[in-house]
Design a protein around this ligand. Structure first.
Ligand code: ADP
Ligand code: MG
Length: 245
């Protein structure tokens, strides 16, 4: 079981769109896949039209009591653990456990289902706090979408700093350019400046109306239009990330 976190400290960079579409193409390619929605806003769950059971909560999640709360999706080999509203307290809960000397290990949350899945995707909330530390420790790979603009690059630098502070291997990061608009000079020049760094994979995800429309279609782009440029871009991104893992 590989844990792949889709992480950025910045909101609105395409984390959820990436998590949903990569999970879809991974499952389509034959991997048993679990998408874990860790953002209490529940956007990934919304895209799959799935709501969590009322009885689920942040405490159960951190205890690894997840088996009864995983739901099937409309797609083969793809399951979802929907976010519960209480996940907004994950940071506080982690801090409380730490104070009691019971430091939880996020990776162990998924041990009960380790034999069931080849890949677990984490759709992460935007933050750089304790939860972020647990996420980057738990993940084998940290996929981080970077809009080719100043603040998104800043978020990437902060992620690198976080890993170095925690003495974690920066090789687990796979950055990619997200929501790219070639007609914007800033996008073109930022890509030019940063793409030489090996933490960037080659595939970029363009800004495409089909991806924006996921909110209306409530499906991964590949399920709506298999051969659309958006679907093909996510397939390429997945191939590149999986091959390098
Ligand atoms: N490549 C893209 N092209 C066009 N719109 C996108 C793209 N990626 C994401 N979006 C849209 O941008 C908004 C923010 O994306 P989202 O994936 O929710 O970001 P995050 O999870 O990082 O907050 C959403 O409305 C989403 O549909
Ligand atoms: Mg999101």
């Amino acid at each position: 079981m590989k844990i792949i976190a889709i992480f950025s400290s910045k909101g609105g960079v395409g984390k959820t769109a990436t998590a949903v579409n990569l999970a879809y193409v991974a499952a389509l390619g034959g991997c048993s896949t679990l998408l874990c929605d860790m953002d209490s806003q529940g956007a990934a769950s919304y895209y799959f039209r799935i709501r969590p059971k009322k009885k689920f909560n942040d405490k159960k999640f951190l205890r690894g009591d997840i088996n009864g709360y995983i739901r099937g999706t409309d797609f083969d080999k793809l399951d979802l653990l929907p976010a519960h509203f209480s996940f907004r307290h994950l940071d506080i809960e982690l801090a409380k456990l730490g104070k009691k000397g019971k430091v939880p290990v996020l990776r162990s949350v998924f041990l009960p289902v380790a034999d069931d899945y080849d890949v677990v995707f984490l759709d992460c909330p935007p933050n750089l706090t304790l939860l972020a530390e647990h996420i980057v420790r738990a993940a084998d790979i940290v996929v981080t979408p970077v809009i080719p603009t100043t603040l998104s690059i800043l978020a990437l630098k902060q992620l690198l700093k976080l890993l170095s502070e925690l003495k974690l291997d920066q090789n687990k990061i796979r950055a990619f350019f997200s929501m790219v608009e070639r007609r914007k000079n800033l996008h073109v020049s930022t890509i030019e400046q940063y793409r030489k760094y090996p933490i960037f994979v080659k595939t970029a995800i363009p800004f495409l109306a089909e991806i924006e429309k996921m909110g209306i279609n409530r499906q991964p782009v590949g399920a709506t239009a298999r051969n659309s440029s958006a679907a093909l871009a996510y397939e390429r991104l997945w191939q590149e990330i999986w091959q390098r893992s």
